[in-house]
Write a protein of this length. Sequence first.
Length: 137
Amino acid sequence: MKTLSRRTALHLLLALGGAAALPAHASLSGEKVSLDTARAEAEAGRALLVDIREPQEHATGVSRVAKLLPMREIGARLAEIPKDAAKPVLLICNTQNRSRAVWQALRERGYTNVRYVEGGMSEWARRGLPLVPPAAR
């Protein structure tokens, strides 16, 4: 499992207002969700898919049902991520490294309804799943 670079971890900590240091290898059992499950749940309206990639990454295409919330803006927009256990929040980035780190930081802030998507948007694109331009959503 790839760990976050020091720069990425620092950026995340600053974006979330100085959360406690992220462990290099958090226990992930049951905290990730498959890409197929994430897509089905989001498209059915049973979960909120949050794309935390940065705007230049969104330009390559996004899911039509994803909320676009760049990782660097999460600290300022934290209220947009519901804590309601009845509405799962599924974090997706390009490969799952950043979404796993954001998942850990949100868990430390009391979010129990958050999971991260295995494989990320790179796997989404590799499988040829539908993508739209961010402005078309």
